[in-house]
Design a protein around this ligand. Structure first.
Ligand code: GLC
Ligand code: CA
Length: 555
């Protein structure tokens, strides 16, 4: 297995808007990140991924870019970014940016020009169809609306996979592709070490998606879901290879793509000469949702299923390339609320959940606040929603006379705002995030759940994460935990999840009791073999409720 700098990286994901405000506008900023670099270093992470910081009207909090070459004034300036990269480098921390190129903002100069002048070269930077007045077809975007939006009062329509404020870019156009490559090089020159690549599986559309004729519908509203037509379409790899050859490979970048790759394509996406360093796998983070009538809803799942999904994903990834284990991000709710029932949430369950994913094979990602066990926000009403997709879905339901409370219930468990509330630094006003009312409410539990108190206390989720990182980085076991083979362990009890990481030197077992009853272990653990334990006691061949233990054997 080829060694690469990003294979033993520990990535800390920052949602800049909610991380740290320094100028009293209630919005996090780059200066705030600079001020908190020591916190990240102390935790042990050595790579940060910044969610989008480019100029944006912030309809989708930066996933709608209006100027690819400048930092949004809410966050600071390009000089601040350069300073951040420099300050991070001094601490041995690399910086990844979010590359959002499936679409841009409807405020981008390209789009404005395309709208103003149908003959401008920028019109072909987008997907625009002229019709006799009706939408070109019945494609539904990811939100519950049409994928086509009329331009002014013309008969021209543009295509958008996400919100109407996020027009899709036309990747068929080589000139557009060239622009994107130039832009990536611009940031690379500023010291950016790689990219998290947003919604990249969407860049190629099927022929039917763009034709002016009805697409067979798959739901009661007469529309057609877009997944089949815009995800991983034939031909996409050609475009991605260009990015790889022109940029990623030239500068030894780390790339992690937000795209669901079926096993038969893994070799080409993350294999030896793969398009990306790694891709995000949704199979077990989305275990609790399903799509019904074009909308996502909660579904029941079991620990057994969770275990199977994790093992399946690890086995496939290991066969071809490299993984990117994660539990949370800015699109997911807080993981503890997803995987553990309310009455069982606590130090043990949070650390057990941490260990469950952290030693899987791949580069682990931690989302801001996860390391202190932050929890979902107790949403009451729709006016507390900030996520534009949620607001739109709620309003649509109200408009259509549907049960909007059901949507609200879904957002309480699953809404993206859950993880976007401000980072809880201390028990002071606004959790130390800002000295003024933040753009999104602080979770009221900040008085007892915050980074400062956890750093002071030894028995805390924070310290457990720190220990997990130390182990992955340790001169003794780091190599096995990074490059060692993964093997899932068959167990009788569903709640007992175990896996091994092994190389020629060591075999390390990760045991997690993911339930509230004591379980028997199939093997006896020698006291002096224990590398990590989230409880003080270590019964010889049992695990207490939500206990997790790492044990090593020399080969
Ligand atoms: C990705 C981002 C998400 C964003 C969407 C559209 O899924 O993670 O936050 O809303 O793309 O850019
Ligand atoms: Ca600010």
């Amino acid at each position: 297995m080829k060694e690469k700098w990003w294979k033993n990286a520990i990535v800390y994901q920052i949602y800049p808007k909610s991380f740290q405000d320094t100028n009293g506008d209630g919005i996090g900023d780059l200066r705030g990140i600079i001020n908190r670099l020591d916190y990240i270093k102390n935790l042990g992470a050595d790579t940060i991924w910044l969610c989008p910081i480019n100029v944006s009207p912030m309809m989708d909090n930066g996933y709608d870019i209006a100027d690819y070459y400048n930092v949004d004034p809410d966050f600071g300036t390009n000089e601040d970014l350069e300073e951040l990269v420099e300050a991070a480098k001094k601490r041995g921390i690399k910086v990844l940016m979010d590359l959002v190129v499936n679409h841009c903002s409807s405020e981008h100069a390209w789009f404005k020009e395309a709208v103003r002048d149908p003959k401008s070269k920028y019109a072909s930077y987008f997907i625009i169809e002229e019709t006799d007045g009706k939408e070109p077809n019945n494609m539904r975007c990811y939100a519950a609306a049409s994928a086509w939006e009329r331009i002014g009062d013309s008969n021209r329509f543009y295509f958008h996979s996400f919100s109407r404020e996020q027009p899709d870019l036309n990747w068929e156009n080589p000139e557009l592709r060239k622009e994107i490559i130039e832009m990536m090089k611009f940031w690379q020159k500023k010291g950016i070490a790689g990219f998290r690549i947003d919604a990249i599986g969407n860049i190629k559309k099927s022929k039917e998606a763009l034709e002016q004729k009805p697409i067979p519908t798959d739901s009661s509203d007469g529309m057609a879901s877009m997944e089949k037509h815009v995800l991983m379409q034939n031909g996409i790899e050609e475009y991605l290879r260009e990015l790889k050859e022109e940029v990623f490979d030239k500068y030894d970048m780390m790339t992690v793509a937000e795209v669901d790759v079926p096993e038969e394509k893994m070799e080409r996406f993350i294999g030896k000469d793969g398009l990306f360093s790694m891709v995000f796998d949704f199979s077990y983070t989305d275990i609790d949702i399903e799509k019904r009538n074009g909308k996502e809803w909660k579904r029941d799942w079991s620990i057994k299923e969770l275990k199977e999904k994790i093992f399946k994903s690890q086995n496939a990834i290991q066969k071809y390339g490299w993984g990117s284990p994660y539990l949370e991000n800015h699109d997911q709710p807080r993981s503890i609320d997803k995987y553990v029932s309310k009455e069982e949430i606590g130090y043990e369950s949070k650390t057990a959940l941490g260990a469950l994913y952290f030693f899987l094979r791949g580069t682990p990602f931690i989302y801001q606040g996860q390391e202190i066990g932050m929890e979902n926000y107790p949403f009451k009403d729709a006016d507390e929603l900030r996520d534009p997709f949620a607001v739109e879905r709620y309003e649509q339901s109200v408009k259509n006379g549907e049960n909007a409370e059901a949507d609200m219930e879904y957002f309480r468990a699953r809404g993206r705002d859950n993880s976007r509330t401000p980072m809880q630094w201390d028990d002071g006003a606004y959790a130390g995030f800002s000295d003024t009312e933040p753009w999104i409410p602080v979770n009221p539990n900040y008085k007892t759940m915050n980074a400062k108190s956890q750093m002071e206390e030894t028995h805390s989720v924070y310290h457990f994460y720190q220990k997990m990182i130390c182990l992955r980085k340790s001169p003794e076991y780091g190599k096995t935990l990074t490059y060692g083979d993964f093997e899932g362990i068959e167990t009788e009890k569903d709640a007992l999840i175990g896996y091994k990481r092994a190389d020629e030197k060591y075999e390390i077992s990760v045991w997690v009791n993911f339930g509230n009853e004591t379980v028997d272990l199939p093997e006896k653990l020698e006291q002096n073999s224990i590398l990590l334990n989230n409880r003080t006691e270590a019964p010889e061949s049992k695990l207490l409720p939500y206990q997790t233990i790492l044990a090593v054997k020399e080969k």
